[in-house]
Design a protein around this ligand. Structure first.
Ligand code: THG
Length: 268
């Protein structure tokens, strides 16, 4: 699975503080640790309370690029913040994200093309997140069609069916799994699929969060999930994902498959 580390996000207290104090060492450390744990890319989000989101995004991206040239997912809903992040990123980038609103598609897809970025397309629009898989697929189809119109390869598109916290939106979970399965039929080659995995356990008891995350990642991988924004430093979660991919025949079986996987990626 393509793992995007979730930790460089201003919703976390230590990141919010590092942003306030312009403390690069915290950001360097978070980047290095997530990569050492197996992240293939890093999500970058200034968080909900940034006064200067544009400058903060530039600062975060520049700080990260001092220690790695790994792919960065620029995580913002604001167009000027997105452009600032993409422009500051010298490595490969991912637009995280567009939704199915006409104005978002019209403004952000050309930006993705200009910066040669992959795109995460959320199955939501002005009326919110549809409750069932059919509604999600309709919006996914709209995003696929719009990418085609903009000359974007569908293999560069990740459809995000948007998982919500199970404690308040339990009925959504199986609809998301169904949407993952069915979004593979929207085009040939199919779009990839992604989730912000930890959303599912937000608000649940701390002692169960990791268990909920790793159970859900296994289910989502069996539904065809290709990528996740998740906690790469949760080793149980990473091993559950590797094992689910093994069982889905995404990797060749070997008795010591965890060790083989980590060795192949130079992880410990
Ligand atoms: N889709 C896409 N991008 C996304 C999301 C998505 N980006 C943001 C988010 N959702 C994914 N990132 C996180 C990061 C942390 C948590 C959830 C999603 C999280 N944190 C713990 C909590 O809130 O309980 C711990 C917070 C803390 O320790 O302070 O759950 O869906 N494309």
């Amino acid at each position: 699975m393509f793992v995007i580390g979730e930790r460089i996000n201003g919703m976390f207290k230590n990141v919010a503080e590092a942003i306030k104090k312009k403390d690069k060492a915290v950001i360097h450390d978070l980047a290095k640790k997530q990569i050492a744990a197996g992240a293939n890319a890093l999500d970058v989000n200034v968080g909900p309370s940034s006064d200067n989101p544009k400058e903060t995004m530039e600062w975060l991206v520049r700080s990260i690029s001092e220690v790695t040239d790994i792919t960065l997912a620029i995580d913002t809903t604001k167009q000027d913040v997105m452009e600032a992040g993409l422009d500051a990123c010298k490595a490969k980038s991912i637009v995280n994200s567009v939704n199915a609103n006409d104005d978002k598609l019209k403004n952000l897809l050309p930006l993705a093309k200009k910066y040669n970025s992959s795109i995460i397309g959320l199955t939501m629009d002005k009326s919110g997140i549809p409750k069932d898989s059919e509604g999600r697929l309709e919006l996914a189809m709209k995003i696929v069609a719009s990418c085609m119109e903009h000359g974007i390869d569908i293999s560069d598109l990740y459809i995000d069916a948007v998982i919500l916290p199970v404690n308040v939106a339990q009925v959504h979970v199986k609809e998301v799994l169904k949407a993952i399965r069915e979004s593979k039929m929207l085009a040939d080659p199919a779009p990839k699929t992604i989730l912000g995995l930890s959303n599912v356990s937000q608000g649940s008891l701390s002692k169960y969060k990791s268990l909920i995350n790793r159970t859900f990642v296994s289910m989502a991988i069996s539904a065809g999930l290709d990528a996740a924004i998740m906690d790469a430093e949760d080793n149980d979660l990473m091993e559950a994902a590797i094992t689910a991919e093994l069982l889905m025949e995404k990797q060749l079986y070997a008795d010591s498959y965890i060790g083989a996987y980590k060795k192949s990626r130079d992880l410990h």
